[in-house]
Each structure stands twice: as C-alpha cells, then as structure tokens.
Design a protein around this ligand. Structure first.
Ligand code: GLC
Length: 539
C-alpha cells in the first residue's frame, strides 16, 4: 500500500459510487468490469488537473451472481463474477487504487443470498439439512396460505412455497433472494468472516446493504395496514407499515457486533444503508466506534427541493450529531432517480454546491458530476425486478443505472459491444471529454467544488451554524474552523433575490452564476440570481 497517507481521516473524504456494470467495459461484452474501473482510476484520482480528485470509491456488488437483482443476489461472497473479472483483477484494482491514494469500499449484503447459493441449495434440500435453519422457513396457515401478510420490497408476498419440503421461505426482496436467518449463530459467524475476508485483502470499508431488514420480529405477526396508502399512486410496498418485518429492536446490537468486527482492523469505514427518519438515524451513532461509522443519510435523495424543508432537516441532523459523528449527504444512487432528473439541471447545480459545503462526507453517484439524467429504458431492456414485477408503474431503477458517458464515440465510450442498458440520448453533450474542455460544465463545477472543499478546513471539518432570517427560498449557513469562516448562500428558487447578511465584507470563493466579477462583497446587500449560490470567506 505505498503512498497511502497515514494522516488520512474519513471526515475529510469525498466518496464516489461506482455501479460496476455501467462504468467501463474493457472486453466488449457490453457489461462494465473491474479492469474497466482500473483503467479509469486516473479520471477519479491522479495528480493531473483533469482528475476529479475523490478520496474513495464504493463499488456496488461484483460477486458471483445470477443477476436477478443487479448482483445483490450473491451466490458466493468471496469471489468475483466472471462478468466482472477475477479475484486477481480485483487485487490489481485495489493495488492500483491504493497507489493513487484512492480507498476502496465494497458492498456487504447480509440480509439475503441468491437462491443459487450453495447454502440455500442445501437448506432447501430437506428439513433435516444442517443448513435448514440458515434461512427462514415456516409452515403455511391451515388453508395453505403464507405464514403471514408480509410483502416483498419488489412486489407480491414475501413468502414462496417450496414443494420439496412443503414449507414457505421468506424473501424480503426478489423470490430469488431468500433471507438469511440472523438468529442462527453460525450464519452470523460466517457473515462476519466474509467481512474479514475482504478487509484482510486490503479493502478500506464496507457499505451494509438493507441493514434494517436483517432482523425481523420473530413472532412473525402480521404487519399493519398503512392508512395513508393510495392505491394506484404509491409504491405497492407501502401498502403495509413494516412494523414486524423490519426495523425491529435488536438491530443496533447487530450493528455493534459488526462494528466490533471492523475494529479488529484499523480505520475501516462502515456505512449502513437504511431509509430512516433523521431522528432514528442519529441513534445509530450511539452504537459504533466513533469516526469510522457513517449511517447513510438519504434525506436529499427523497425530499422535495424546498429551502424550508432543508432548513428543518439540517436543524435536526446538526443538533444531535456530535463533532466526531461523521455525517454524509447523497444526491443520487443506484436505487433512485438522478438528481438532475428529479429537480432539473439548474437546481441540481445548486444542490451540488450544497453537497460539498455541508458537514459530512459528500457521496457522488457516477455520472452526476456530468449532470447525467435518467435514461429511457425500452421495456425489452428491463432488468430491475421492481419493474418486472410492477411493469409500467414508474418504479424501475434501471433509468438511473445507464452507462457512464465518457466521450462522443459510439456508446459514449463505455463499450465497443452492445451495452446492457442503452446510453442516455444526450450523451453527445454530457460526457467527460466535452465537459473537461468547458469551464461552465457540470464537471468543471464539481472539480472546482471539490478543490474548494479540500482547501478549506472550515468546509471539511468546521462547525455548522444556520443563519436565520433570510427569506424563505434562501438557505444560508456558516461553517467555521481554526479561524476560517465560510458563509454559504443558496437560492432554491429561479427568481433573483436581494438579501442582507449580518456580516461585514467577504471574499468570494465561488459564485455559481459568475455574473459578479468582484472578488470582495459587502454582505449588507447581496444580489443572488435564480438557482444561484455563493461560497464566501469572511474577513
Ligand atoms: C439495497 C440495494 C438495492 C437492492 C436491495 C436488495 O437497497 O441498494 O439495489 O436491490 O438492497 O439487496
């Protein structure tokens, strides 16, 4: 691990999510692979100006898988799927990344395996098989119907009847993803050894998939009906409140155990995935080792783009989060529509300024730095089980998983073969090559924001103080560290505004609209355009 800076701290990190299937294909089969990622490390991190300058990559799954859920259905936890390469390719990617001081985080999927995993094959083979209890098997009701009313995230009942042994097994996700039984000590031990396997190999952190699903209420009581559910409008999964099938007491004990495994190593980052209210999420911090635990905060992914809503959220997120609790912010990921599609490219530029100026790790979803939008996916391309089980309801996650847009070559330089999902139609404009040469591009915006954050102790580590009293559509806050004071002003609306701030003069570090050429402004009256933002350093 040469060149790795031992003073590195996760608090200072900027993390880039790669969906390996869609980043770079190196062998022309239309599917991205590990060697493709290795080839692109220079883009992510190098000394040259053309590099983005992130500190770590998080790789969505690349393990052997029948691909019923984009690789989140694993048939072997300790290997690489031939589509993506080999374990040697992984080791090369890791070495190359480390040589560039780029950390590597991988996905850990504890809730379920593939139905083609050897463990499940054994488990389903007979009621007496030693692995029977590794999964969750139950008899049906007297009338033969499933043991309870639980439903799958991807649609339909969460139970599937298996003729061979005449019992149902639980699958919180696709029917090809049977849930592991975390009540069984052997399951836990084996899964903790999976974590150790990758950390020993040199991996720098894990993202725990679907963490709040892992434990269930083992009374298997029915989930209550959600009184607010609107048939035909809401995701069918929201028909029930998942009081018994997820988020049950005891999950923080499991989190503590995972933290203990991570603590056997040094400085390994643990990120948990769970869509929670901010108050619930903050409880996670009470469990873990400080400064290497960062439960995902999905607020920006899901909430409407309104300054008042953001003000309230930041008040809660900031109030109870201690100095050592590492926060994080996420604009897009592989499970949700991209930010540029959700709020439009102009507002997405303002959201990017926010992402890089808040107190917590900024997560970049590959392609967001280009202003990439969701693709149009013809039905014959549909891959996502959520779409396949609920066709045409707008629930598909495929649109946010289209190939990375590198240049103007066929398939945007992603592959010489037919890509597994079609490339977004406006790739001729929005691609790395074009944007590298355009000062006003999204990519230039990202590079500038990353450089500003890296150079500013206040933005990386400083305290956060909301500045109240500005008008409704404006969000303003002060970040402060070691004598440096940075004020950030964001206009969430498309109308020009004039505001007054309770400070004297400041230097403009960044002005999104760049209309104002002066480097010094008085903060008594600040003109801010629609969808505009300032990063200001106080004197
Ligand atoms: C997580 C993943 C998602 C996957 C699901 C089941 O939510 O992010 O892509 O489908 O878990 O593993």
């Amino acid at each position: 691990m040469k060149n790795m800076n031992t003073n590195f701290h996760w608090k200072d990190a900027i993390i880039y999510q790669i969906y390996p299937r869609s980043f770079q294909d190196s062998n022309g089969d239309g599917i991205g692979d590990l060697n493709g990622i290795t080839k692109r490390i220079n883009y992510l991190k190098s000394n040259s100006l053309s590099s983005l300058g992130v500190d770590a990559i998080w790789l969505s799954p690349f393990y052997p898988s029948p691909m019923k859920d984009g690789g989140y259905d694993i048939s072997n936890y300790c290997n690489v799927d031939p589509q993506f390469g080999t374990l040697d390719d992984f080791d090369r990617l890791l070495t190359e990344a480390h040589n560039h001081e780029l950390r590597v985080i991988i996905d850990f999927i504890p809730n379920h395996t593939s139905n083609e995993h050897e463990w499940f094959k054994e488990s389903r083979s007979s009621k007496n098989n030693p692995k029977r209890d590794w999964y969750i098997w139950r008899d049906g009701k007297i009338d033969g119907s499933p043991p309870n009313n639980w439903i799958s995230v991807f649609g339909g009942p969460a139970w599937l009847f298996d003729k061979k042994t005449e019992q149902y097994y639980l699958h919180s996700f696709a029917k090809e993803q049977p849930d592991l039984n975390w009540e069984n000590p052997q399951v836990k031990k084996t899964m903790y050894d999976v974590i150790r396997f990758w950390l020993r190999r040199g991996v720098d952190g894990i993202r725990v998939d679907a963490f709040n699903q892992v434990l269930k209420d083992y009374s298997f009581a029915d989930d209550p009906v959600n009184p607010l559910y609107k048939e035909g409008k809401d995701d069918p999964y929201n028909r029930l409140l998942h009081t018994h099938s997820k988020d049950v007491a005891g999950k923080l004990y499991t989190l503590k155990e995972i933290c203990n495994v991570m603590d056997e190593f040094e400085q390994k980052l643990l990120i948990t995935e769970a869509y929670l209210e901010i108050e619930d999420l903050l409880h996670y911090y009470k469990v873990g080792q400080k400064e290497t635990l960062s439960p995902f905060n999905f607020f920006m992914l899901r909430k409407p783009w309104k300054a008042s809503i953001y003000k309230d959220f930041l008040k809660t997120y900031e109030k109870d989060r201690q100095v050592h609790d590492i926060g994080n912010f996420v604009l897009s990921n592989h499970d949700n529509p991209r930010i540029a599609s959700r709020i439009g490219r102009n507002a997405a530029r303002v959201a990017s300024v926010l992402l890089f100026t808040l107190r917590g790790i900024p997560f970049i979803y590959y392609g967001d730095e280009l202003g990439m939008k969701d693709g149009e996916i013809p039905s014959e391309y549909a891959q996502d089980p959520k779409e396949i089980n609920n066709p045409g309801k707008g629930l598909s996650r495929d649109p946010a998983r289209t190939p990375m847009q590198w240049d103007r070559k066929p398939n945007a330089g992603f592959s010489t073969g037919k890509p597994w999902l079609p490339v977004v139609s406006d790739f001729m404009i929005y691609n790395v090559k074009n944007e590298q040469n355009d000062q006003d591009s999204f990519l230039s915006l990202y590079k500038t924001l990353i450089a500003i954050r890296k150079a500013s102790p206040a933005l990386r580590r400083g305290s956060y103080l909301a500045i109240e009293g500005t008008e409704d559509n404006i969000l303003t806050f002060l970040r402060e560290e070691a004598g440096e004071k940075i004020v950030v002003v964001l206009n969430f609306s498309s109308e020009e505004k004039q505001i007054s701030l309770p400070f004297g003069k400041s230097e403009i570090l960044y002005h999104l609209e760049k209309k104002d050429k002066s480097r010094i402004v008085s903060l008594k009256t600040v003109d801010i355009g629609g969808n505009d933002a300032y990063i200001l350093r106080l004197f």
